[in-house]
Design a protein around this ligand. Structure first.
Ligand SMILES: Nc1ncnc2c1ncn2[C@@H]1O[C@H](COP(=O)(O)OP(=O)(O)OP(=O)(O)O)[C@@H](O)[C@H]1O
Length: 315
């Protein structure tokens, strides 16, 4: 498979707090991947690290990020800008904050598209009327409209990879689905891969080809969405899928699994889920699990092979 994004063993600390503890992720060209996990599992850090957009206090301690084979962490600033502009797009949680407050929307798009770009056409692609929106400043737009503008900007150069960090978290439920429709339709048209960081497991299941489940700063299970969510290979995925409010309103934050998520200040000595895991054995507390292939999934669990058929999703 032609991998567009490869994240290997990524470790990121914020001072003493460890946000990523050896995260691995693969995204093939044109694929849509939902990255799910509880608050604090490291999703935003992973998304920011992909574009080398981590805040100043973050330190990459180990690991590697490659986009189209280019080693992101080694690029010089000019190369990094070129790669971000040409191959990557980002959409964040707060659309208004991601736009320039001092510049009219049309002008922001013009800067990205260049003189010959068709501002009105790019606004129309995200369902906005240029006559109404191009001359507005970001604060004059609703959240949904501002996010559409942010999507138009992120997708203007038809990037190979779009990283969307909870792009609909601040939007009303009715607007949310429409905004996601726009993101996925534009990406499908342009052949753009999506990494969508989300709390919303049912929504990810509906829209993504693949799912990566994060826990304690690692991707503990990944594989085709239907397999991961229908027949989980990791006990944490089973707990998370069981706790997903599938019947509740879309976008509702996941109900936490009993117990508390870990707060790491260094490498987890074993499996970070061990204290909450109903299947844990002695070695789980002291040996870091390596990936195990189970069916179509990769799971970081010592017991993944013996648990086949045991893990039920309690919906
Ligand atoms: N700027 C920061 N300074 C210090 N610690 C941080 C910072 N950003 C994140 N962290 C810590 O790193 C860990 C991972 O956070 P991150 O935001 O990546 O997780 P997340 O899964 O995206 O959470 P959420 O879903 O709440 O956004 C958490 O323990 C968090 O407290």
């Amino acid at each position: 498979m032609n991998e567009l994004l490869e994240v290997d063993g990524l470790v990121v600390d914020y001072g003493r707090a460890r946000a990523l503890d050896g995260a691995d992720l693969r995204v093939a060209a044109g694929r849509t991947v939902g990255v799910v996990g509880e608050s604090g599992s490291g999703k935003s850090t992973l998304g920011a690290a992909i574009g080398r957009l981590l805040p100043r206090q973050a330190r990459v301690e180990a690991g590697e990020v490659r986009v189209g084979g280019e080693r992101m962490l080694d690029l010089r600033p000019a190369e990094l800008r070129r790669l971000r502009r040409g191959r990557l797009g980002f959409v964040f949680q707060d659309p208004i904050a991601s736009l320039d407050p001092t510049m009219r929307v049309g002008r922001q798009l013009r800067l990205v598209l260049g003189r010959r770009g068709d501002v009105a056409a790019h606004l129309a692609r995200v369902g906005l009327d240029a006559a109404r929106v191009a001359s507005a400043y970001p604060h004059q737009l609703s959240g949904g409209m501002a996010q559409r503008v942010a999507i138009a900007l992120a997708m203007a150069a038809s990037p190979e990879l779009l990283v969307a960090d909870e792009p609909t978290a601040s939007l009303d439920a009715q607007v949310r689905e429409k905004v996601l429709d726009v993101v996925f339709a534009l990406a499908a048209e342009a052949g753009t891969s999506i990494v969508w960081l989300s709390h919303d497991l049912p929504a990810v299941a509906r829209r993504c080809d693949r799912v990566a489940v994060m826990y304690g700063g690692r991707v503990v299970e990944s594989g085709p969405a239907a397999a991961v969510l229908g027949a989980p290979a990791h006990p944490y995925t089973a707990a998370l899928a069981g706790s997903a409010p599938a019947a509740a309103a879309p976008g509702v934050r996941l109900r936490p699994v009993p117990g508390r998520p870990p707060v790491l200040t260094g490498p987890s000595p074993g499996c970070a889920f061990e204290p909450r895991c109903p299947f844990a054995e002695e070695r789980c507390a002291v040996e870091r699990p390596a990936p195990v292939r189970v069916g179509e999934q990769d799971a970081l669990c010592h017991r993944a092979a013996d648990l086949v058929g045991e893990l039920e999703v309690v919906a």
